[in-house]
Design a protein around this ligand. Structure first.
Ligand code: XMP
Length: 513
């Protein structure tokens, strides 16, 4: 997209960059996050209508502090610099001595007094609450700038050089805790950058279908459909673009939730008339997993088996030039910037071998999860698919602790279905990010009808989260837990004990393995 209707966010390592991107899109302008040091020429060639310099953990005094290409200020594109970005602008135009360590680092809510305001703060009251999170601050205006706002600690909480269309704010307009933040971003996008707006999910869906048609031409595409939100929306968009030339492969590895295969077949084959090839690979996966109890080993086996099955299908089904993937924006950003340790080797269809030589079609690369759901709704997918709790690629293999058997899988599946039913019945399903049952490898003594039992223990896990990176255990009402536990021990023979996991992430992870 080379039109001037988008905003680029130069990322200096901010926790909040994705949030900025999201807010801008919510306000009707498409936005993308790019590395903070992207050369100005490259920025120019992408044709943004506005640039945002993000915050970040850096200090302009630090040796390895990230700086933007100095030419970004001469592109004639309006700039909004946030927090660390604000300090970068002050240091660039005034020198580093315009920035100093704050005597009391400000974290949290601050009272900001607006003086003048200008276009950026137009329509705001004289005082607003704003969220601060910084160690350094701008204490003098660089030449040519005027002060727009201050706090008791930060003399230059907002500044502008209206002539050159450069704006800086020390606080974070993108966070929920800055109630006027939306208005400030809106002023910047529409009064200062004069962007046309109009980015919406229906426009996105429309444009995406056109782009897929262009990319695929007369070719045909294969898609690994898991029934999860991302692959479902991606497949449906591609189906709208190329119809029968899309074939979806659904692999039943025997580690699925109850009713999963039926749901996918009903939804996509019967209702949406898509070509769906269901592969029954249960024996193969379970044989390969027999006696394996190490979690990483299980994940690797499943990953390899998955690739083998998919490859065999691709070869058997004919000549496909394109492979559809439901990669979403956080996947792109995380794989582009992360140097983090491998906690779990996540399995994705993405790991197809090089020699398969199919060109990728990734229609959701620009979207956040909630945007994917909105697109899904636009193109007619039901809530049942769009709001299904996320399910890991290795499925129940990481929820049946230790070595996997069909019997154990069946117990886990039944307990899981009961928990899901009770959460649905209590109207809690949407507010909970994921809720599931984990079958432990531990046996426990119980008593039922005057007799001793020696059964298995199940652990219920339910978390709230925004993005699965961090999560808190869900405060499910006791009576819902009570009903679930009683139903599980009564209805699932062999399970005689139910525990509820109250560990957050970190230090726990969402899945047990
Ligand atoms: P953890 O357990 O790492 O999980 O806190 C974070 C989120 O990722 C899901 N998950 C996976 N998803 N392949 C996937 O596609 C995997 O191998 C995998 N492992 C975990 C998990 O369900 C949670 O939503």
């Amino acid at each position: 997209m080379k039109t001037q209707d988008k905003v680029l966010i130069l990322d200096f390592g901010a926790q909040y960059s994705q949030l900025i991107a999201r807010r801008v899109r919510e306000l009707g302008v498409y936005s993308e996050i790019v590395p903070g040091d992207l050369p100005a020429e490259e920025i120019r060639s992408r044709g943004p209508g506005g640039l945002i310099l993000s915050g970040g953990p850096g200090s302009v005094y630090a040796e390895n502090a990230p700086w933007p290409d100095p030419e970004v200020y001469s592109l004639g594109v309006p700039v909004l610099a946030i927090c660390y970005g604000h300090q970068l602008v002050a240091a660039h135009f005034g020198g580093r001595n315009h920035v100093r360590p704050a005597p009391n680092a400000e974290y949290g809510r601050s009272r900001v007094s607006i003086s003048g305001g200008g276009e950026l703060l137009a329509g705001l009251p004289d005082e607003i609450d704003a969220w601060m999170s910084h160690g350094d601050l701008v204490d003098r205006l660089p030449p040519g700038f005027i002060c727009l706002a201050s706090t008791p600690d930060a003399p230059v909480a907002a500044m502008a050089d209206p002539e050159r269309e450069l704006y800086g704010v020390q606080f974070h307009p993108e966070v929920h805790h800055t109630p006027q933040g939306k208005k400030i971003l809106e002023n910047w996008l529409y009064r200062i950058c004069r962007l046309p707006g109009g980015w919406s999910m229906s426009r996105f869906a429309h444009r995406s279908v056109e782009e897929i048609r262009k990319q695929v031409g007369d070719g045909s595409a294969l898609c690994g459909l898991s029934g999860g939100v991302d692959s479902s929306v991606a497949a449906t968009l591609v189906h709208q673009a190329i119809g029968d030339r899309l074939t979806c492969v659904f692999v039943d590895h025997g580690l699925l939730r109850e009713g999963e295969r039926e749901l996918v077949e009903r939804m996509f084959r019967d209702q949406m008339n898509m070509n769906v090839v269901s592969v029954d690979a249960r024996d193969r996966f379970l044989t390969a997993l027999a006696w394996v109890s190490d979690p990483e080993e299980k994940r690797k086996i499943i990953g390899h088996q998955f690739i083998d099955v998919f490859e065999e299908q691709a070869a058997a089904l004919g000549d496909y030039q394109f492979l559809v993937q439901g990669t979403i924006y956080p996947d792109v950003v995380e794989s582009g910037t992360s140097s983090s340790a491998v906690i779990k080797s996540h399995h994705n269809v993405g790991g197809l071998p090089e020699y398969m030589k199919m060109e990728l079609v990734e229609p959701l690369r620009e979207l956040f999860k909630d945007e994917v759901r909105l697109v899904g709704a636009e193109i007619g997918l039901s809530d049942e698919v769009l709001w299904r709790h996320p399910f890991p690629g290795p499925g129940l293999a990481v929820r049946v602790l230790g070595a996997i058997t069909r019997d154990k899988l069946s117990l886990a599946r039944k307990a899981d279905a009961i928990f899901a039913e009770e959460i649905q019945a209590a109207g809690l399903y949407r507010e909970i990010w994921q809720a599931f049952a984990v079958l432990s490898d531990t046996r426990s003594v119980g008593v039922m009808g005057d007799g001793r039992t020696y059964g298995r223990a199940v652990i219920l896990r339910a978390v709230t989260s925004e993005d699965a990176m961090t999560a808190d255990w869900a405060r499910i009402p006791h009576d819902v837990l009570d009903r679930t536990a009683r139903r599980i021990v009564n209805e699932v023979k062999e399970i005689n004990r139910v525990a509820y996991d109250i560990t957050s992430k970190p230090p726990g992870t969402i899945e047990w393995e």
